[in-house]
Design a protein. Structure first.
Ligand code: HEM
Length: 295
């Protein structure tokens, strides 16, 4: 392929007008998430919904809906069983993810996984983007141009990562309390229940209020962002959401390798059903939790 690079970096819009432009009106699609990443996310959100539902039933066990749910599955013992089942599956998914990072970053010394433009680690640009976004909201500046992960996507990621460590370790400390009692004083085991319960509540509020709004209910994604389900996004979406990544991949000649098929209609329908079901369950849980908490 001839090198058509101008000396100064072209803007994303200029890129659209050159080699990356859709030809003859055809929409091009690019891969954003691999099948493995989508599978881990699906495992994460299904088990999280299960943990949130069963956890809230235990926490608000006096409420009408918690008692009805317990009756439906055979009592609060069964609720705890499903909670632990989801916890084990989620822990496995988390460990697979951590192992993947360790292999890529430490064993294979993959450049940039911790500090590169693809990285989930926050950097100075994220701070500038956050401030720039506020300025843009107020009509005082241009819209910031994002790399592969915008600052709020990194925030969502670390909120879940950190939450997994805190909720997971406190959950296992309760589950295997006699074992942990060898290392922890009695008061710490009591504190663990409070930490687990409050962090669980925080996770529910964060995921079902902030993450859902950030990801799915934004003007450009409303009513649902399908990319985590189908794995692909259109060129227009790519350019709007992550123009700096688009531009970098174009300059490095890696854009073509990301080209993917448009999602099939069954994939879109399947994603819609799964996605809307998850959002509906999440919002219902949010309402039940808030009414039980303040009721
Ligand atoms: C690895 C992950 C997890 C493990 C191992 C775990 C384990 C447990 C265990 C063993 C209990 C029962 C405590 C008891 O006997 O009273 C419990 C309760 C609970 N869990 Fe989890 N859990 C995990 C994740 C979560 C998540 C992600 C949430 C919320 C989204 C959550 C929310 C709750 C709540 C609200 C309770 C009830 C606490 C209370 O009675 O106040 N858990 N968990």
């Amino acid at each position: 392929m001839p090198d058509l690079e101008p000396t100064a970096a072209p803007t994303a819009e200029q890129a659209l007008a050159t080699d990356a432009a859709p030809r003859s009106g055809e929409t091009r699609y690019f891969l954003r998430f691999t099948a493995g990443q989508r599978f881990l996310h699906a495992t994460l959100f299904t088990t999280f919904l299960g943990l949130a539902a069963t956890g809230m039933c235990m926490r608000f066990s006096y409420s009408v809906w918690a008692r009805a749910a317990a009756r439906a599955v055979g009592g609060f013992g069964a609720i705890l069983f499903f909670h632990k089942l989801c916890a084990v599956i989620l822990t496995l998914a988390f460990l697979i993810h951590v192992k993947d990072i360790f292999t890529r970053g430490v064993m294979n010394r993959e450049r940039g996984i911790f500090w590169g433009p693809d990285s989930m680690v926050a950097n100075w640009k994220d701070v500038k983007d956050l401030l720039g976004h506020f300025r843009w909201f107020l009509g005082q500046g241009p819209r910031p141009q994002f790399e592969r992960y915008a600052y709020w996507e990194k925030f969502d990621y670390w909120a879940v990562f950190w939450g997994m460590v805190v909720i997971g370790s406190s959950g296992y400390a309760m589950w295997f309390a006699p074992f942990f009692a060898h290392f922890l004083p009695g008061w710490a085991l009591n504190a663990v229940l409070i930490i687990h319960s409050e962090e669980g509540l925080l996770a529910i509020l964060f995921i079902f209020a902030i993450h859902f709004v950030n990801t799915h209910l934004r003007p450009h994604s409303f009513p649902m962002d399908m990319v985590i389900f189908t794995g692909v996004e259109s060129e227009e979406e790519f350019l709007h959401r992550h123009p700096m990544e688009f531009e970098r991949m174009r300059k490095e000649g890696k854009l073509e390798a990301l080209l993917a098929h448009a999602p099939d209609s069954w994939q879109i329908n399947f994603s819609r059903v799964v996605g809307f079901t998850a959002i509906a369950i999440g919002l219902t849980l949010l309402v039940l939790t808030l009414t039980a908490y303040f009721g």
